[in-house]
Design a protein around this ligand. Structure first.
Ligand code: AMP
Ligand code: ZN
Length: 465
């Protein structure tokens, strides 16, 4: 059965047909590195990761690109506040972003292009737009895209350009949405003294690029034009992605992107999680409260990417409990040594894989896919005591297959297992040395992590509460 994806361009689920039969190019808008992303941002990156992983599961060769916006109004403003060069200022946030992606077990992109390292490509696109009369330079050296000259403007957001006329006459320089949601938009911003040392001397003047040109230039540089899938949060549909289309299609005279993939918001109390509302948690905040980042991944993955998801600690705890169920199951599989009925196991596995794929093929319908995983766990659990080692290995292999898409089943379990084992060994050592205080402290520490120790004739065993 073929994969269907919802395409924002057509507002329909479409059968996914890549430009090259076995290869897929994806570009997902990345972070603006002026602070640490919140978990709302990570909802977008995890949605892109799920798509990337599932396409790989389907045996496509995926080229995945995610940009880093390391020059814009905000990075300039805040670097100056801190009296740092742009590079010095953005570095910790770039490092933090990569660390977070690793914690969330996001498959790394093939390339993370930085805007500051691709100015030449942007200048080349802007020159093409100027030559074609789609862009114009103002007296102070700013360069704007003239939306009235581009006939398809509005095709992604499904908006009527005539309604934007007023915006067109009151052009603004800022990248911020509230000022830029209508009218002509900046491709190039001429240097002003507020920019300090941040500028490039180029053929089109001294200045810096606008935000939108960064993404269309970097995506096509690495993926060609057209390419298959462009992703980001729904708030990027307009104006950011609309403007990317105008720039790329205006400059090259051919289609930019075939499928537009947009994730819905992570909400808090019914409002979008955002820096400006102050209702956000960073990944670090939640890890600091003792949450495993994979529980956060579970939470972000487990609601369909086009549905809004309300963040609550109740929901996060439920995710944690679901994960523990999976991890306990994996652990039990390691201990199987019975003589059960192989046929039953084969049937359960076959049924689970088929349901898993059927759901994900339907625009990444994750609830059904997760139900398939939990149904398998339930069915196998019924007779797990009798399961043979060979069958347990088959189930493990299936879980590993699922995990290539889900990314929260295997990795951490191994790491956690080692970490817990080390604490158990330390406790044993303490007990042998009659340091019962230390032994109890270790037991309590593990208990806080939801790990319960059992003294058995075979030694100390652990399980999750
Ligand atoms: P920004 O750094 O603001 O450009 O955002 C980076 C990515 O995070 C974009 O794809 C946004 O659409 C997405 N995003 C921001 N806030 C949220 C949220 N509350 N829920 C889901 N996605 C978000
Ligand atoms: Zn972008």
């Amino acid at each position: 059965m073929a994969l269907k994806l919802y395409n924002t361009l057509s507002r329909k689920r479409e059968v996914f047909k890549p430009i090259k039969k076995t290869q897929v190019g994806i570009y997902c808008c990345g972070p603006t590195v002026y602070n640490f992303p919140h978990i709302g941002n990570y909802r977008a990156y995890v949605a892109g990761d799920l798509l990337n992983r599932y396409l790989k599961y389907l045996k496509y060769k995926v080229k995945f690109i995610q940009n880093i916006t390391d020059v814009d109004d905000k990075t300039i403003r805040d670097s100056q506040k801190e009296n740092k060069s742009l590079k010095q200022f953005t570095k910790p946030f770039i490092d933090g972003f990569f660390q977070d992606l690793k914690s969330l077990n996001v498959v790394p992109a093939d390339i993370y292009p930085k805007a500051t390292e691709h100015i030449a490509a942007m200048v080349a696109t802007i020159k093409k737009l100027l030559n074609k009369g789609l862009a114009y330079k103002t007296k102070n050296g700013d360069i704007y895209f003239a939306i009235s000259k581009f006939k398809n403007y509005g095709k992604l957001a499904h908006i009527d350009v005539t309604q934007l006329k007023e915006g067109a006459s009151s052009r603004v320089r800022a990248d911020e949405y509230d000022k830029e949601n209508s009218g002509d938009f900046a491709l190039w911003k001429a240097w002003t003294k507020d920019d300090g040392k941040v500028f490039w001397e180029t053929e089109i003047g001294k200045g810096r690029p606008g935000w939108h040109i960064e993404c269309s230039s970097m995506s096509t540089k690495y993926l060609g034009q057209p390419f298959d899938i462009h992703g980001g949060g729904v708030d990027l549909i307009f104006p950011h992605h609309e403007n990317e289309i105008a720039q790329a299609e205006g400059a090259e005279g051919r289609k930019f992107v075939d499928y537009w993939f947009h994730n819905e918001w992570l909400l808090v109390d019914g409002k979008k999680m955002s820096k400006s509302l102050g209702n956000f948690y960073t990944l670090r905040d939640l890890i600091g409260k003792g949450y495993n980042p994979l529980a956060i991944r579970f939470l972000l993955v487990s609601t369909h990417y086009r549905q809004q998801l309300n963040f609550t600690f109740e929901g996060l705890n439920a995710s944690k409990n679901s994960l523990h169920r999976i991890w306990n199951f994996m652990k039990k599989l390691d201990e199987c040594n019975g003589k059960g009925d192989a046929k039953l196991v084969d049937n359960s596995i076959k049924k689970a894989i088929s349901a898993f794929e059927k759901c994900l093929n339907d625009d990444l319908e994750i609830s059904g896919a997760l139900a398939a995983v939990f149904d398998l766990i339930k069915e196998i659990n019924i007779s797990i005591a009798a399961l043979s080692k060979r069958d347990a290995d088959k189930v493990k292999k299936t879980m590993k297959l699922f995990d290539s898409v889900l990314g929260f089943i295997i990795v951490e379990e191994e790491a956690i297992g080692k970490q817990i084992q080390k604490l158990i060994d330390d406790r044993e050592k303490a007990r042998k040395g009659k340091d019962f205080k230390k032994a109890d402290e270790i037991r309590d520490k593990l208990k806080k992590q939801g790990i319960i120790l059992e003294d058995t004739p075979k030694g100390v065993r652990w399980k999750r509460a």
